[in-house]
Write a protein that binds this ligand. Structure first.
Ligand SMILES: [Fe+2]
Ligand SMILES: [Fe+2]
Length: 226
């Protein structure tokens, strides 16, 4: 098999970046649906199940949209981290693992995008900036070697899991559609962390973990508004 020239590599990286930031994401799995709510006891005589999601007030929609905008920005950043790491990865196996994970994350991007539309809102205007910054961070992490790079995935997913838990608690009670998306994302992120660890991910030094947490905080607090 012929290996890619540096120019091919650069063109592929630019293509991935433009698709992630500007093209509508296409999911390969259907959007997660909320579980049907059991009928209340008084309606047990005719056991029907309500499947229609409860409607949200304007304030609740705004609240949910702000949280889903943060999650969408987080998924843009996840794409960029993986792409940056893949560009610099030393082994073809690690590169393939990273690009496969990025591809799986496209579902998350697409679901958040769809939910934002349903909530009459939009993604973060700063997405190109989140992509560029995260790409650089991913590439820098990968310069430290494949084991550190995989360790970076483990730590990122650990932090994303904590962040999703926080959002699941903050979502308006009746926003069952957003909740179903975040719950499926949470399950997927845990699996990504487990496979990166199994592939040899090293434990990161605590100053790096601290830096990662604070960078993520800056992004999530800004994307909530912009
Ligand atoms: Fe994700
Ligand atoms: Fe993930």
């Amino acid at each position: 098999m012929q290996s890619e020239s540096p120019l091919d590599t650069l063109i592929s990286a630019a293509d991935r970046a433009l698709r992630a930031v500007f093209a509508p994401a296409r999911a390969s799995r259907p959007m997660p649906e909320p579980k049907p709510v059991p009928a209340p006891p008084e309606a047990q005589a005719t056991p029907t199940q309500s499947t229609a999601p409860p409607s949200l007030s304007e304030a609740e929609k705004r609240d949910s949209a702000a949280l889903m905008r943060v999650n969408h920005a987080g998924e843009i950043a996840a794409q960029a981290l993986y792409h940056g790491q893949a560009l610099v990865a030393r082994s073809a196996t690690t590169r393939a693992l990273l690009l496969k994970a990025a591809h799986e994350e496209t579902d998350h991007l697409a679901w958040c995008e769809t939910r934002l539309k349903e909530l009459d809102s939009r993604p973060s205007l700063l997405n190109p900036l989140w992509y560029a910054g995260s790409f650089a961070i991913g590439a820098a992490a990968a310069l430290l070697g494949d084991r550190m790079s995989l360790g970076f995935v483990v730590e990122t997913e650990r932090q994303v899991e904590g962040h999703l838990d926080e959002h699941l608690a903050r979502l308006p009670q009746d926003d069952t559609r957003s909740r179903a998306i975040l719950q499926t994302m949470r399950t997927d992120e845990i699996a990504h962390g487990v496979s990166a660890k199994a592939a040899g991910g090293a434990e990161l030094p605590s100053p790096v973990r601290f830096l990662m947490r604070n960078t993520a905080r800056l992004m999530t607090s800004t994307a909530y508004w912009i």
